[in-house]
Design a protein around this ligand. Structure first.
Ligand code: PEP
Ligand code: MN
Length: 263
C-alpha cells in the first residue's frame, strides 16, 4: 500500500493547516520532554513567532535507564495540547503502548511511534486503526526495508496518513550519537509515496553541526526536519546536550532561509 509502485504521486499528510510532503519543507520543533507549563509556554511562544506550526514534546519517554525522567504521561499530553492550541499550533508526541493510542487521539494531531517501538507490531496495528497522522521513526538498528514494512503494518489496518522519519542508526562511530543515514531519504522517497522527515537532533546528538546537517537533509529531498528546542537546555530533564536554545534555533532558521533551503 505504501509502495511507489501502487501510487506514483506523493502522499501529502495534512495536519491541521500544515501539509507535510506538499513541496514546502516543514519544521517540527519543541523540547525532548514536556516538563512544565511554563517551559512549554516559553518554547511555543517563541516557535509561533518563528512561524513554526508543529509543536513536539515527549510525555511517555522511552529512557535507557529506568532511573531517568520518564515523562509526565497523560498530564504531559494535556500540557502539550493546550499549549499548542493557545498558539494556533498542532502537536505531536510519542505513544508507547497500543492501549494509549485512542486516548492520545483526544490530545494529539500526530501520534509518534519512536525508534525503540518501530517494530512493536501491536502498537503499529493500533496506530493503523485510528484516523490520525502517524510519525513513524526508524528503529536504531532497522533496515530501510524494515521501516517500510513497519509503515505497511499501519497502512494495512486502514491508516495511510504516515510520515516516515530517518533519525540515525547505530554504527561503530562515536563522534555522533547515531549515524545519520542520508541515503535513506532518497531511497525511502523512491520506494514509497509517503513523506520523509529527518530528525537532525537525535541523529547527531550535537548542536554544532545542525546547519550543515539540516542543509544535507533538505538537499536530498527531506519533506521536513525535527529539531529539539528548549528554553533552558542546560537544565532539561532529557537530552540536555542536543537541544538548541531558542536563540540558537532562530539563528539556524535564519541561516536556512538565507541560504534558500527554507522559504
Ligand atoms: C523522540 O523523538 O522523542 C525520541 C525519543 O526519538 P527516537 O525515538 O528517534 O529516539
Ligand atoms: Mn530527545
Amino acid at each position: 500500500l505504501i509502495s511507489r509502485k501502487n501510487k506514483s504521486q506523493d502522499t501529502v499528510v495534512q495536519v491541521g493547516p500544515l501539509a507535510v510532503g506538499g513541496g514546502t519543507p516543514i519544521i517540527i520543533s519543541g523540547p525532548c520532554s514536556v516538563e512544565t507549563e511554563a517551559q512549554m509556554e516559553a518554547v511555543a511562544s517563541h516557535l509561533q513567532g518563528e512561524g513554526i506550526a508543529l509543536l513536539r514534546g515527549g510525555a511517555y519517554k522511552p529512557r535507557t535507564s529506568p532511573y531517568d525522567f520518564q515523562g509526565l504521561g497523560k498530564e504531559g499530553l494535556r500540557i502539550l495540547s493546550e499549549t499548542a492550541k493557545r498558539h494556533q499550533m498542532v502537536c505531536v508526541s510519542e505513544i508507547v503502548t497500543p492501549e494509549d493510542v485512542e486516548m492520545a487521539c483526544e490530545y494529539l494531531d500526530v501520534i509518534q511511534i519512536g525508534a525503540r517501538n518501530m517494530q512493536n507490531f501491536e502498537l503499529l496495528k493500533a496506530a493503523g486503526s485510528v484516523r490520525k497522522p502517524i510519525l513513524l521513526k526508524r528503529g536504531l538498528a532497522a533496515t530501510i526495508e524494515e521501516l517500510l514494512y513497519a509503515a505497511e503494518y499501519i497502512a494495512s489496518r486502514g491508516n495511510d496518513q504516515i510520515i516516515l522519519c530517518e533519525r540515525g542508526i547505530r554504527t561503530y562511530e562515536k563522534a555522533t550519537r547515531n549515524t545519520l543515514d542520508i541515503s535513506a531519504v532518497p531511497i525511502l522517497k523512491q520506494e514509497s509515496h509517503l513523506p520523509v522527515v529527518v530528525d537532525i537532533s537525535h541523529s547527531t546528538g550535537r548542536k554544532d553541526i545542525m546547519f550543515p546537517i539540516a542543509k544535507a537533509a533538505l538537499a536530498v529531498g527531506a519533506d521536513g526536519l525535527i529539531i529539539e528546542t528548549h528554553n533552558e537546555p542546560a537544565v532539561a530533564l532529557s537530552d540536555a546536550k542536543q537541544q538548541l536554545d531558542l536563540d540558537q534555533f532562530s539563528t539556524l532558521l535564519n541561516q536556512l532561509r538565507q541560504s534558500g533551503f527554507l522559504p
